[in-house]
Design a protein around this ligand. Sequence first.
Ligand code: SF4
Length: 395
Amino acid sequence: MNTAIPQSLSCQRCELRAGCKRVVLGWGSIPAKIIIIGEAPGSEEDTHGFPFIGPAGKLLRDTLSSYSISPDLVYITNAVKCRPKNNTTPRPAHISACKVWLDIELRETNPDLIVALGETATKVLWGMGALSVYRYEKGVGKRGQPLYRAPKLGELRPRDELKYNGIPVIVGYHPSAALQQVRFRAGFLRDIEKVAEFIGVREKRDGNSDRRYTEVLGMDERIEEYRGRDVAIDTEYDQSGNIIWYSYSKVSGEGYVVNRRDNKASRELLDKLIRIARRIKVHSAQADVPPICRFLGINIDDFPYEKIDDTAILGYLLGDKPLSLKSLAENRLGRKVVRLEEILADGDYNLDRVDRNLMINYSGQDADLTISLDQVLQKDINQKSNIKNKENPND
Ligand code: SF4
């Protein structure tokens, strides 16, 4: 572990040096398989002299570790090496002055992968000629020349063909954004997962590895396994109540996820699940049954309500609060859950715009949570009614 640029310690190339305690050098493996570039040091980094050691750095390092990405593979640095006053965003003049050090770090670490976290790192790479294929024309200048703007993080983040000097680039959310706004958290995890996939680490080590959420295309070949079983069904629908995704599960820890795009096959599968299941477990029949009926083209009165168990009602009867699926799961199962707002693209409630893998994990999770919750709540209800029967045998 070392730094690539010790001579930068005495740098005075821009005004930021006057307002901070020290130049915070990049740190890590040289050469490195991965170089991670953030924005600028924060207060902890300025005090101790190492990059990414504050809360955002902890989240980054913990997440890398959870994906089995060894620190021996990584060099971590910032686009700007001195802390801007009051943690403001570095200005273009600072970025441009400090670029000389990033150039050296990129050369010395000779990485197989560059990871740019946040808008500033993205803009720096763009300014260095990377990602130039994505120069967006904004308009025409006074002398008729084309004007360009740097692409936004959200425009580059979904792309996987980005390169800088032939080195692949992954653009992702900064961990401080994931800390400050819950809606960026799942995206940040997905970005680090992409890094793990790039270096060939596919298994996530976080205790969730026993949970499997899988997309089903066409008719599920294992459909007969559901005959006579309890099956949880969960729907994700748009603002008009039309199903976009649904998921099902017969056992805690698994969830199968279906997109409505292949309407015929996905309709047949849902219809068959409902017909062959012994009991249908949902969280809020009031929310799930109308979209299911609409999707299957059946009258809402013809739904087999007699087969339904509703975990929201079970929670209500047991006095649980709040009664949303995620809150109940956190309280009753002690599970860390992903909420919808964490995976929506920039908060836009358009499920078609959500990253496909995120949606599969999210929707699969909901069927898994429903079947898991049902088991716990049914057990509690049975225990309570047994106690009541013993206390009042004539009731
Ligand atoms: S921010 Fe970079 S360029 Fe500016 S003084 Fe610090 S090390 Fe030098």
